[in-house]
Design a binder for this molecule. Sequence first.
Ligand SMILES: *Cc1c(COP(=O)(O)O)cnc(C)c1O
Length: 372
Amino acid sequence: MQVPLLDLTKQYAALRAEIEPAVLELMASQQFILGPKVAEFECALAGYCGARYAVGVSSGTDALLIALMAEGVGAGDEVITSPYTFFATAGSIARLGARPVFVDIDPGTFNLRADRVEAAITPRTKAIMPVHLFGQLADMDPLLEMARRRGVAVIEDAAQAIGAEHQGRRAGAIGDYGCFSFFPSKNLGGFGDGGAVTTNDETRYRRLVRLRNHGMEPKYFHGEIGGNFRLDALQAIVLHIKLRHLEAWHAARARNAERYARLFREAGLLHKGIVRLPQAATDHPVWNQYVIRAARRDELMAHLKTTGIGCEIYYPVPLHLQKCLAYLGYTEGAFPEAERAARETLALPIYPELTEAQQSAVVDAIAAFYRP
Ligand SMILES: *Cc1c(COP(=O)(O)O)cnc(C)c1O
């Protein structure tokens, strides 16, 4: 049985009748840039996240970049973040001439170790950028407390965690900014690139809106240098329709996570730590990825690929060891948990339309690999 890591064609088949007329209508209107469709989606997104404002932007990467710009981050500044995340998190910091300062992760959640962050704060620290990796919230309370006390901003990289909730608060509405990605493989994915920044602060919101459009206000008057970070109306239409289905998809992902836990237990794979399953530390994680730790991970991955089971390593090289960030001066061993995660983890299919038979095939293939 073939089990892809992600199959978006199933989702599209279910939504086609809703999406196609709306897209055709947009094409007839020829109003592609910003406008009412983007504003309507922003309003719905802010409501969903429990934030006061949302600003649609061109990608998750640009969401991070524009949040940093709105906070005035630039040359000589430092931003504390995780070394175990997608490159964009640190890349956006470095692109502004600021220095990404890494702190190791918690091996249980793969997220920033909050108790190690304070020691990394210096007079140059402008922001802390926790990542809600794989759909679980970072340990926000201690981060917020020290950020307030030390006068630095908190920018959530919520690209993988839209809708993730802990103690009644949702990703993106907890810190000063929440950055979302609508890359097609995210839980809310567009028909191309897209992103958004949420905030509860009106001054920050207004600055984000200006920066997204060349710092322009009013038309052709530029008070500061921004960029073209606009979200297309086409993406807004698709995302707005999909947003209404997001809770049902999250419920299906949670059901799939529970099924894996049962199937792995029944297969007897959890003994001796051959396979370790992800543990939910968030009240409602959204399972953007279901990431296990596995003995002989690379061999297991090769075996699964030949069996037709989709899987992927997120991420094989921690950011402090990326070639383009070598100038930061970090060496191997600097962040042992991030490095261990890069060696041990493997993401398995978890998308909402996955069937129980497909999940059994995944677990059977893994059991076959470890059978003596
Ligand atoms: C996907 C992702 C991004 C970047 O989003 P794009 O829309 O692809 O630019 C940033 N951070 C994390 C953690 C991501 O998973």
